[in-house]
Design a protein. Structure first.
Length: 363
């Protein structure tokens, strides 16, 4: 490894990756597992790549405690494509689906579902500025499924308890930005999916976890690359998969296991987020968090300064200090610190110190 100084990367995605994982990938980039080739060059039909994808799945199953009656797929197209595949595959003809809308991504998911059939908001917190979780849900007992987004990347709102659907209605979740950030009970879900580029690896691969009985809903004659049943039965190898991205998420899964599994990951994440929220809460209003305390995300922390000119200065000076990616989403403005799994505690401390010093000079 060169002595090039690495920055603290607070980008919302693609996000920071564990240095240990990057170093491992670097070390075997030209000669993977004695093949004399990069993992980017080996055939996806080879026994070497078969071992890569099987090991990645096994490690993910161990991390999340995925029951044996669930299929794991490594697909392409991001969570955005899943917004289409979910209703296309799993909402029977004539049925409606319920969506809990708590931010930009669940709002988009609902809009995509409505292009293909009936879907409604069981709750919508947009009138509150997407800064909270809904106090109640208006649930359809005959809904095909109940969809929610466990963590809203833009607005910094996170569910720490799943919504409870009516009996017989499966729970579906876009878990892209808090995937493998803490333990969850997979058995509560019919479908989970996550774009890898927040917590699990580089962009290019989407992890889909589906309960096997859901596959009976898949209609005939869907386009082959949009058909959950075909993709699940092929072991994610119906066509050439995003092999390097799958290799990288496999390394991240091993790293998460090595540091103690998801309980340990959650403990570290709570400490990191707590450092940044403390800087906000103890600023006397100089920094203003977007989200109500009980819904605050451990992954994405949006906040404002007294005016936009100060926000521009903050972003510029933070970048000069090696704190990268802190500008908020254009739809919300302000700042946003994304403290995904691979962000170090020291990185969060550096940001906290910078925030205190910036306030001292500008408050």
């Amino acid at each position: 490894m060169s002595d090039l100084k690495r920055v603290h990367n607070f980008n919302p995605g693609p996000g920071v990756l564990p240095l240990e994982v990057l170093q491992e990938a670097q070390a075997e980039l030209l000669n993977f597992n004695g093949t004399g080739m990069s993992v980017m060059e080996i055939s996806h039909r080879s026994k070497e790549f078969e071992a890569v994808i099987q090991t990645a799945e096994a490690d993910l199953r161990e991390l999340l405690g995925i029951p044996s009656n669930y299929k794991v797929m490594f697909l392409q197209g991001g969570a955005t494509l899943q917004f289409t595949m979910e209703p296309m595959n799993l909402r029977p003809a004539g049925a409606s689906a319920d969506y809990v809308v708590t931010g930009a991504w669940s709002k988009i998911a609902l809009k995509e579902a409505q292009k293909l059939g009936a879907a409604r908001a069981a709750a919508n917190t947009e009138a509150d500025g997407f800064n909270c979780l809904p106090k109640s849900l208006d649930l359809d007992p005959k809904a095909a499924y109940l969809h929610f987004t466990s963590n809203e990347t833009i607005h910094g709102v996170e569910f720490f308890e799943e919504p409870t659907p009516p009996d017989g209605v499966p729970l579906f979740c876009d878990t892209s930005s808090d995937f493998i950030s803490r333990p969850i009970d997979v058995s509560k879900y019919g479908l989970l999916y996550a774009g890898a580029q927040k917590n699990a690896g580089p962009s290019g691969v989407t992890v889909v976890i589906i309960r096997e009985d859901m596959l009976a809903r898949v209609p005939e004659n869907l386009p082959v690359m949009l058909d959950y049943k075909i993709l699940a039965e092929s072991g994610s190898l119906h066509n050439t998969p995003p092999s390097f991205s799958i290799y990288m998420v496999g390394l991240v899964f091993k790293w998460a296991k090595k540091i103690g599994g998801l309980a340990a990951v959650e403990k570290i994440n709570r400490e990191k987020a707590g450092i940044v929220y403390k800087a906000i809460d103890e600023s006397g209003g100089f920094y203003r968090g977007h989200t109500v305390p009980e819904a605050r995300s451990l992954m994405n922390i949006p906040f404002r300064l007294p005016n936009e000119a100060l926000e521009e200065t903050f972003a510029k000076e933070a970048k000069n200090a090696g704190l990268i990616g802190l500008k908020g989403h254009r739809s919300v403005g302000g700042m946003r610190a994304s403290v995904y799994n691979a962000m170090t505690i020291e990185g969060a401390k550096e940001l906290g110190r910078f925030m205190q010093e910036f306030q001292r000079r500008n408050g």
